[in-house]
Design a protein around this ligand. Structure first.
Ligand code: ZN
Length: 236
């Protein structure tokens, strides 16, 4: 674990595997780290409960990180759920759309998240915004692409007269590499928190425990997580 730098970071933290790994990355590299989450009426609102649990466990099991972990912020965006009407916010079957995108795609979601995170980071004096977008396993979501994130960084810096760096440590990693990064950052203890407490399943199910964690085991998010874990574990 490095000693951290004087930077202040704000992490987009949903309580999932990716954003928990991003949180560990920020806690390794920066002295002061806050988190922000978004409630937009997602079906998997369980992740909002899990994020508190994950934060508390990380602070307890990693005292150095606990000392750096600051406030948590939860921003309500009911308008996003109302506008998007997707399978993430309505009780409809998750499927591929005619446009080649899954119907879990919430148009502009990550653009809005980064804008709101920028406004919050501005107020909190954080110059690093850390987010888990990933182009490698991006499920076809265009706002997870590196170009979209870099365009947002530029827009935030121009529009707020700021000098934010939007860091995406997972951008070029696949899910197996994300597991390996978590282990490199926080060893078996962090990997265990990710398995037990982070939430990924789009359907919000936590009934069944698989070797990769809890979830329905069938939705695209579970599928990606399970495949990545099996590869990480050397099973495939
Ligand atoms: Zn699932």
């Amino acid at each position: 674990m490095s000693s951290g730098s004087a930077g202040r970071a704000l992490v987009l933290f949903s309580g999932g595997q990716d954003s928990t790994t991003c949180l560990a990355h920020a806690l390794t590299h920066y002295d002061s780290v806050e988190t922000v989450g978004f409630d937009y009426g997602q079906r998997h609102a369980i992740e909002l409960t899990q994020r508190t649990i994950v934060r508390e466990k990380i602070a307890r099991m990693f005292p150095t990180w606990g000392a750096r972990l600051g406030e948590d912020h939860l921003i309500n965006i009911p308008a996003l759920g109302a506008l998007s009407q997707t399978a993430l916010t309505r009780d409809v079957e998750i499927a591929m759309g005619e446009n080649g995108l899954p119907n879990t795609f919430v148009p502009g979601r990550n653009l809005l998240f980064l804008t709101l995170a920028g406004a919050l980071a501005y107020r909190r004096g954080a110059n690093r915004i850390v987010a888990g977008m990933c182009e490698t396993d991006f499920s076809g979501y265009p706002d997870c692409r590196d170009d979209a994130v870099k365009a947002m960084q530029l827009a935030l810096n121009l529009g707020m007269d700021a000098r934010f760096c939007v860091e995406t440590p997972l951008m070029w990693l696949d899910k197996a590499a994300t597991w390996r990064l978590a282990e490199a950052l926080g060893g078996a203890a962090l990997a265990s928190i990710i398995v037990e407490d982070t939430h990924t399943c789009y359907r919000g199910e936590r009934g069944k425990r698989h070797d990769w964690g809890y979830g329905c085991g069938e939705c695209p998010a579970c599928d990606l997580r399970a495949r990545g874990f099996r590869e990480y574990a050397g099973e495939i």
